[in-house]
Design a protein around this ligand. Sequence first.
Ligand SMILES: [Mg+2]
Length: 236
Amino acid sequence: MQQEQQHPWVILFDIDGTLLTVNSKYNRSHLRRILDELGINYPNMETDSFSGRTDHDIFTSFLVNHKFDESLYKEFKTRYLDYLGNVLLTKTEQVKRHKHIDEALDYFFSGNFICGLLTGNYPQAAHIKLKAANIHRDFSFGAFGEFEKDRNKLPRLALQEVEQKYNFSPTASRFLILGDTPRDIECAKSAGMKCVAVTTGKYEREELEAHGPDLVIDDLSEPEKWFNEITKNGKA
Ligand SMILES: [Mg+2]
């Protein structure tokens, strides 16, 4: 057991709401355009919550009023990625880079940690958004929402990625998910991983605390302080 626990902590960063925020109104205007172009009837797009959901979940839900059509889904995905890469990437003012993220990124990237992504985004979407927010870090791997509807399946992907890349059996309790929604917390708890929730997304402290994360923070400043707090409190 002790030997298993000696592998470095694996820090899993969520993207939207945690490291950056894409202007929702702007983003949805392009999603509406794509839906209209493809003749997809989905009136609820403007009011749906996307927080913490995987791209696969969000975008397949748009087809609920159609007989599921793989080619239509693929065409939607292609146009969405095309919008991100060719439009959003040139309108970087539509992407807010959150304050204090460099404090956490510097701390975890310069120490004995393995840093990865755990995000509902398609891989390509994740990389475009990070680039648009001027976040250029060499994340070791990513667990993405490309094929999974259920975010709770992503921790298993992260464990597999670490096992394959580093050639050891990873211990879930040495993984920390940094996210901004109840879904991040549930996903961490379902896998036996730690979770620090940050209030830079759409959720208030009280809402996040109700889901039982290890800690709620207001931003990613002072990472050493809060990381020590969750690893010293007997839960580590
Ligand atoms: Mg998020």
